[in-house]
Ligand binder design. Structure first.
Ligand code: MN3
Length: 204
């Protein structure tokens, strides 16, 4: 099988108390595994088997819903695990911090904008910080397992994601129940800004 579930870079309980071990175990071992399995089923015997996931998503309009939903699910969760860390939290620094301040006014305003975007998403989806074609940092949300790489999202929301927050109920419901705002607030205590900075440098 071409696509594989990546190992989590930390134990299931490493993100407690912000994200509980039971949620991480189901989220990684069941939900992400299912996206990988269903993506493999959708691409087996096709030319897509040999393409990187990013390339597939950039042309996803040419493929079916199974590739869009499961390819997006695989890419999004793979990114998500890496931008969380038990040593995360605090604020970004360096060039990323300067760019965030330039685009959003301050780190604080960026966090408020991002959290508002995540909280106001109706139904399942993701909030993103991404670099657009003009090399600007932007915030958007996407429904389901879509993301800014996909040629199916509106042009103004396209780019390279560098930070993403899963706001599907499966990401928080066991621990937070309907308290989505608390989950979004706790996210900031886990963000691995070094990894976000690395992705930012790759994107520009
Ligand atoms: Mn998820």
């Amino acid at each position: 099988m071409k696509f594989k579930l990546p190992d989590l870079p930390y134990p299931f309980d490493a993100l407690e108390p912000y994200i509980d071990a039971a949620t991480m175990e189901v989220h990684h071992g069941k939900h992400h595994q299912a996206y990988v399995d269903n993506l493999n089923k959708a691409v087996v015997g096709t030319l897509l088997e040999d393409k990187p996931i990013e390339t597939i998503l950039k042309n996803v309009s040419k493929h079916g819903d199974a590739v869009r939903n499961n390819g997006g699910g695989h890419y999004n969760h793979t990114l998500f695990w890496t931008i969380l860390s038990p040593q995360g939290g605090g604020d970004p620094s360096g060039e990323l911090a300067m760019e965030i301040c330039e685009n959003f006014g301050s780190i604080f305003h960026f966090k408020v904008d991002f959290a508002r975007t995540a909280a106001s998403l109706f139904g399942s989806g993701w909030a993103w910080l991404y670099v657009n074609d003009q090399q600007q940092l932007q915030i958007c949300s996407t429904p389901n397992q879509d993301n800014p790489l996909m040629d199916t999202v509106p042009l103004e929301h396209r780019g390279t994601p560098i930070l993403g927050l899963d706001v599907w109920e499966h990401a928080y419901y066991l621990h937070y129940k309907n308290r989505k705002h608390e989950y979004i607030g706790a996210f900031w205590d886990l963000v691995n800004w070094q990894e976000v900075e690395r992705r930012f440098q790759d994107a520009i």
